[in-house]
Design a protein around this ligand. Sequence first.
Ligand SMILES: Cc1ncc(COP(=O)(O)O)c(C=O)c1O
Length: 419
Amino acid sequence: MKDLFEKIYKDKGPLGKWAAQAEGYFVFPKLEGEISNRMKFQGKEVITWSINDYLGLANHPEVRKVDAEAAAQYGSAYPMGARMMSGHTELHEQLQNELAEFVNKEAAYLLNFGYQGMVSTVDALVSKDDIIVYDVDAHACIIDGVRLHHGKRFTYKHNDIESLEKNLERATKMAETTGGGILVISEGVFGMRGEQGRLKEIVALKQKFNFRLFVDDAHGFGTLGKTGAGAGQEQGVQDDIDVYFATFAKSLASTGAFIAADQEIIDYLKYNLRSQMFAKSLQMQLVVGALKRLDMLRTMPELKQNLWKIVDALQSGLKNRGFDIGTTQSCVTPVYLKGSIPEAMALVRDLRENHGIFCSIVVYPVIPRGLILLRMIPTATHTLQDVEETLDAFDAIRERLDNGTYKRMSAALIAAMGE
Ligand SMILES: Cc1ncc(COP(=O)(O)O)c(C=O)c1O
């Protein structure tokens, strides 16, 4: 019989196989210093474009003060136990009520982590007769939630309403035989490429089909919409989103998440969300911290204005210099270049070592082979000077990519990897 670990010794997986070349630098890098527009990487200052601290709250003095006071008052244990058993408090309830009001829903429920909460919410919303229809580019937490589903599921082409419609037709036929309902899942903003989910058009399909809509708005919450209530507000369809989700890990610069919906739906979920029923309650420190952050989001519109000033400068600057930033409709700023994985590695090294620019790099198999995606996240803490320096650096790396410098630099690796 085979040893269970045999496959692990042989195959490290699609990303793990790059560990020897990538670890500590391209993956698991250690950014040091206070979270801000400029941090340290391997002892050198870099402009950081890879942190989802959209509104610049992570290191805001008022936030740091409240976090520190809450830590002093409650420590990191309080409250002990799951919400249902012994981990429920007035402040958890207050935060839920304030979040619900902010995103214009009747009720909200806290989740310890966005990822687990999404998985668990998908799981709780459907039973085996139901059918899930979801965007093929959905975040891993949606995919993993769908994996728990015992019934049928269909994917539709990314943000393609015609494809969604076709799949809704199939799902409707199937639901008529199973006696179940249909759950459609989209993201408010697709975090890799920055497009908004076509929520308005999805909602319009409710005229023709009977389904409920669940939206993961991790990147839209705090950044889109008049008050920052997200992609649904931006597109004028917040009321037609049946279950709304956002994480604290981005605009709110913390840990935790929430779902919001009609009272009756939240009442059901609170008794059926396994990730919350069988896990310790969100720490009080994080609850108090989230109340403070939400208050700032509500009362300091300048945070979002500062963010968008930087987003606009970066995105229009890149476009004016002829860079391909795809079809983003949000703060997420992708820059698409052509090259192999070894070239991408040489390019990112050049960006970090010689230009002091730190951004995330995404390559095959996450995007098609031969494409390099540099993914940039502007924040309210960046300056126009940061943008100018970055644009100049991008001009320089593009020239070296085009004139074959990176190909020559990575020749040995290209040969070794067969790229
Ligand atoms: C679209 C999306 N959904 C969910 C999550 C998970 O949230 P969390 O980090 O709170 O687990 C993320 C990433 O953080 C995300 O980008």
